[in-house]
Design a protein around this ligand. Structure first.
Ligand code: FEO
Length: 401
């Protein structure tokens, strides 16, 4: 893509990764992603972030429409993860910058990623300012949004905030701005991104947003490193949405995810779903064979309850279910109601194992744990339906709706 001037003298020089479907090796990105990076033309010429390794030729080509790499004076590294710093070494080699700005934690981590002993690294303190001519770069630590090294860079003269992973979405598009796309679609992708990348750090997000609110920065443009950028009123939209996501306020919704061998567990899950729906609860029923674990997480994220199911297999649960549970638990969704069901042939450990997962996730568990030998009969399915009704009552009590 050619550069896009986003403010006078400030240019988007990112790369659109149209066909990325495996984001960071663990999350599905059904609509691709972008690696946003920026070039500021002032008395000092500045690169803000770079792009992933493998995208460097496009990036250098884009930059070359504006300046020669060797004319770059400063490189700002808001985040060291390889989707943003994957071609940093190449850019340092080409640009020979006068300074490379990183956060305190970035300074510590830099040498674990790069042979950078002779790089001109400048570790910035939180709030430190650097003049680049008509403009100032001001740096703020934003640890754990998404790694310990993350920081935001603010340009007060342009009211412009570069936020790295925060406020990102996995959207590959020819458009660059949120206001050029459907707000509903953007919001959906923002939430998916938060659910799969940021959820474990929700309390840090709240603290960071509160700190920034206290700073009263005059911001009219927010530029994340993934997806579309926010301008004007959309900046407030981005901040409001992040506070909402970080609070993890649940909806009157349950996500039921399961694996099944010969459809017995599936029938039990469907009966629980029927019970939930009969009480007005919205449900998502997701086989782990048909749904990627990150799509399951996206639905779990705003659900008040999860219902998990697996038959017993080799004294354990089916491996696809173990994968989904490992992934969801790792993202630490909070305050969920939980319940479990499963079929078995002879040993029947499934529901005890599933219940342990619910306990480890800190769920408020609704009993009974229902297991059915070989196939659920009418009574077992009726019991599953009643479990759904009981979960619905607990959801309404939790949400107050
Ligand atoms: Fe987009 Fe944490 O990297």
């Amino acid at each position: 893509m050619r550069p896009v001037e986003i403010k006078e003298g400030v240019h988007w020089i990112g790369v659109v990764d149209w066909n990325c479907r495996n984001f960071h090796g663990y999350a599905r990105s059904a609509n691709g992603t972008t690696y946003n990076a920026f070039y500021i033309e002032d008395e000092k010429k500045v690169l803000v972030d770079t792009v992933s390794k493998g995208s460097e030729s496009q990036f250098i080509c884009s930059l070359s429409h504006l300046t020669k790499p060797e004319e770059i004076d400063y490189i700002v590294v808001n985040h060291l993860e390889p989707d943003h710093a994957g071609c940093l070494a190449k850019m340092v080699e080409l640009c020979k910058p006068e300074k490379i700005f990183v956060s305190v934690m970035g300074g510590k981590a830099l040498k674990t990623f790069f042979d950078c002993e002779d790089w001109p690294v400048h570790v910035v303190k939180p709030g430190e300012e650097v003049s680049i001519g008509k403009r100032t770069l001001r740096f703020y630590e934003t640890r754990m949004l998404h790694w310990p090294d993350n920081m935001f860079t603010f340009v007060p003269e342009d009211k412009l905030l570069f936020t790295s992973d925060a406020f990102g979405q996995n959207i590959a598009a020819s458009e660059r701005w949120v206001d050029e796309m459907s707000k509903e679609m953007v919001e959906d992708h923002m939430q998916q991104y938060f659910a799969n990348i940021i959820t474990p750090y929700s309390s840090k997000v709240i603290k960071t947003l509160e700190t920034f609110a206290g700073l009263n920065l005059d911001v009219d443009m927010i530029c994340p490193d993934h997806g579309l950028m926010y301008r004007g009123d959309d900046c407030a939209f981005a901040l409001e949405k992040y506070m909402e996501y970080a609070n993890q306020t649940p909806k009157n919704k349950a996500t039921l995810f399961y694996d099944t061998m010969w459809s017995s567990t599936e029938r039990m899950i469907n009966a629980v779903a029927s019970g939930l729906v009969s009480e007005g609860i919205s449900v998502k029923v997701m086989s782990v064979k048909a749904n990627h674990h990150s799509d399951i997480m996206s639905e779990v994220f705003d659900s008040a309850a999860i219902v998990i199911g697996s038959p017993t297999h080799n004294n354990g649960i089916l491996p696809g279910m173990a994968d989904a549970l490992t992934y969801v638990k790792g993202l630490r969704p909070k305050d969920k109601i939980g319940a479990c069901v499963g079929s078995f042939g002879w040993s029947g450990e499934c529901v005890n194992i599933l219940n342990e997962w619910l306990e480890k996730m800190g769920c408020d568990i609704i009993d009974p744990k229902i297991k059915a030998k070989n196939r659920p009969d009418h009574d077992a399915l009726k019991e599953c339906f009643q479990l759904g009704v009981a979960i619905a009552a607990a959801i309404k009590e939790k949400t107050g709706k």
